[in-house]
Write a protein that binds this ligand. Structure first.
Ligand SMILES: NCCCNCCCCCC(=O)CS
Ligand SMILES: [Zn+2]
Length: 659
């Protein structure tokens, strides 16, 4: 299934008609440069073009009041003076004779997107719209927003398509207070937002944007605010919050639909956000949400005011929705102290609502005085930067790297009598393997692998890894007689001279000796750093433990390790279900530009089809809803994370005890 793209140049046909410094950044070019970038890169041609439509009164009234709608309806016929007058009743927003028309198209675009995804016409999609929506409230426009596009879409998805649980992820740099107010007492809509906050010093300066506002009544726990109390947040900060807060909760929530308030003022270069995350981060944020809700994801444009980073970020998002390989995120740095403080605060207040977080630490003891010192320091720094501001040079960042689809998406190495799943390209030994390789395989592996077809299998494995390195092949699966032997061979002979770092994910019970590439037994602490045995209660059927292990350990660590190849090994008798297995393959695509090699035992061929489906990029089926929190031993995982965070900074979820 494809990716929908909704855009109409009509939504560029309104602009600010008077002087207002707060609003001058919201220009029509935001939309046109984004769409033109999608055209220039050929991405728009690969999407299913879906036309926008005007939202009806009834649809707008799902969120807004009649008196508000009646007021906005009058704006097309207003004089300039009346428009100014009408605007004065709201904050940081402007009206124009054509903005009502565009606001109906913006909301209608979000609804078209929901229809396309919920009816299965497409898998996912993006709507390029203006005016944005997430600040507008029941009876008020705000922050360039007139109708709350995404809030209307969430209500619509429930009413028209029977969605029971809708997740809204708001990665715009502003707090979508309009969305929060709309759903704060509604447990069927989980709203997650991070936002520049600076201890309430940043717009919209609301007390209720802080981390302790978790929703009300039956909605308690279904509102998650992550305040950024400093500017300059980077990729590592964003990924930490996704891995340690949003994703575990999202998987526990198990939504039927994911809506994204896709604002890109959280990208580097944006005058509003003043953050430092690069446009390619949105490729990963999108990817990390794509295995929820069976892949049903609707991204709706909100903010984004640096025309360069906006266009790049839009392209990164759409390219991921299309299923292209993820870009390598080089040198992901550990989260900064301020981000860790926010992370710890959010996890500590949310833990009482989400069993996945129940082992989270208490809030940090930054007493008020510390915060006051911090604010005082921030004030004087701000004064300093004020004068240097005039000389403030433009932010620069590298153009995102090309993300080339390999000629072959998925390949297989199989015994001659095994059937090759649809869509996979079977690798056969083209020529005799190099004698050097044969000798290494012979003296390395067990006797059965040393015989003729063992050598053939290993030489095909070598070919497969070689073709992944050159990006001729994206990923692959091999059925081998002995996975343990094959794993050692790949890591020590094949992997090492083809890629510099191999992330080995071994699923199923097995005590592995973690000899390094050079064959030497690791020293004890090195072993501790690079060998992370995670034991799940009830084996691999333990969904809570699986989610905690994947999001609390594997993903953060993988982003920090930045491997050139991922080796996913399914030990015989692992007992891991197809669902989890497909989720794992889907999530691991985020590393090594999607170069994943799956090793399975020949007699484990039953799960070849789910494996092939995940390797080909089909969305993984949702994990079953976590109804009864299992007596999971999350404590063990938390203790392991605490031990490992000394080596792996991305595992941190609390401020360093030192400060
Ligand atoms: N009143 C002091 C000026 C502060 N600037 C306000 C700008 C609103 C931004 C809204 C936005 O970006 C939507 S995503
Ligand atoms: Zn914004």
């Amino acid at each position: 299934m494809g990716t929908a793209l909704i855009y109409d140049e009509e939504m560029t046909k309104y602009k600010l008609l008077w002087v207002d410094p707060a609003c001058k950044i919201e220009v029509p070019e935001r939309l046109s440069v984004s769409y033109e970038a999608l055209v220039r890169t050929g991405l728009s041609d690969r999407c299913v073009s879906v036309p926008p439509r005007e939202a009806s009164d009834a649809e707008i009234l799902l969120v807004h009041s009649e008196e508000y709608l009646e007021g906005v309806k009058k704006t097309p016929h207003m004089t300039l003076e009346d428009l100014k007058e009408f605007t004065l009743q709201y904050g940081d927003v402007y009206f124009h004779p054509n903005i009502y028309h565009c606001a109906k198209l913006a909301a209608g675009s979000a609804l078209q997107l929901v229809d396309s995804v919920m009816t299965g016409k497409v898998r996912n999609g993006m709507a390029l719209v203006r005016p944005p929506g997430h600040h507008s409230m029941r009876s008020a426009a705000s922050g360039f927003c007139v109708f709350n596009n995404v809030a209307i879409a969430a209500r619509y998805a429930k009413q028209k398509h029977g969605a029971k649980r809708v997740l809204i992820v708001d990665w715009d740099i502003h707090h979508g207070q309009g969305v929060q107010y709309c759903f704060e007492d509604d447990p069927s809509v989980l709203y997650f937002s991070w936002h520049r906050y600076e201890h309430q010093e940043f717009w919209p300066n609301l007390r209720e944007s802080d981390y302790d506002c978790v929703g009300k009544g039956s909605g308690a726990g279904y509102n998650i605010n992550v305040p950024w109390n400093e500017v300059g947040m980077e990729n590592g900060d964003y990924l930490s919050v996704f891995c340690h807060v949003l994703l575990p909760v999202a998987y526990e929530f198990c939504p039927d639909l994911v809506l994204v308030c896709a604002g890109f003022d959280s990208a580097i270069g944006d005058p509003e956000g003043e953050m430092c995350a690069t446009p390619d981060i949105f490729a990963h944020l999108t990817h990390l949400l794509m295995n929820l809700a069976g892949g049903k994801l609707c991204a709706v444009l909100e903010g984004g005011y640096n025309l360069t980073s906006l266009a790049q970020s839009v392209c990164q998002t759409v390219q991921t929705l299309l299923g292209d390989p993820l870009p390598q995120l080089a040198n992901v740095r550990s989260p900064c102290e301020s981000a860790l403080e926010s992370l710890q605060c959010v996890r500590s207040v949310q833990r009482r609502y989400w069993s996945i977080l129940k082992h989270a630490a208490d809030s940090p003891t930054t007493d008020v005085s510390t915060k006051r010192i911090k604010l005082a320091k921030a004030e004087e720094e701000k004064a300093e930067t004020a004068e240097e501001e005039r000389g403030q040079e433009e932010k620069v960042w590298p153009e995102p790297a090309e993300r080339l689809r390999p000629p072959v998406c998925s390949a297989s190495v199989l015994p001659d009598d095994a059937a090759c799943p649809d869509g996979l390209k079977r690798l056969v030994s083209s020529k005799d393997p190099e004698p050097l390789l044969v000798s290494r395989i012979k003296n390395r592996s067990t006797e059965d692998a040393g015989d003729a077809d063992g050598v053939a299998t290993f030489s095909r494995l070598y070919t497969l890894i070689e073709k992944m390195r050159t990006n001729e092949i994206g990923n692959g699966v091999a059925l081998v007689p002995d996975v343990a032997a094959a794993m050692e061979c790949v890591v020590q002979d094949l992997g090492s001279d083809l890629v510099s770092r191999v992330l080995v994910v071994c699923v199923g019970k097995e005590e592995l000796n973690c000899a390094t590439a050079d064959g030497s037994e690791d020293k004890q602490e090195q072993k501790g750093k690079y060998y992370i045995p995670v034991c799940l209660k009830k084996g691999c059927a333990d969904t809570v433990g699986f989610i905690q292990a994947v999001f609390g350990l594997l993903l953060p660590l993988g982003y920090e390790y930045d491997p050139g190849l991922v080796l996913l090994v399914r030990m015989p008798g692992s007992g891991v279900g197809d669902c989890m297995w497909q989720q794992l393959i889907g999530l691991l695509k985020g590393f090594a530009k999607g170069h994943t090699l799956v090793l399975m035992q020949t007699n484990d061929g039953a799960c070849m089809d789910p494996t092939a489906s995940a390797l080909l990029g089909h969305p993984a089926p949702p994990l079953q809803e976590l109804l009864t929190p299992l007596p999971d031993d999350g404590g063990a995982l938390e203790r392991m994370r605490e031990r490992l965070q000394a080596h792996w900074k991305m595992l941190q979820t609390t401020v360093s005890s030192g400060n």
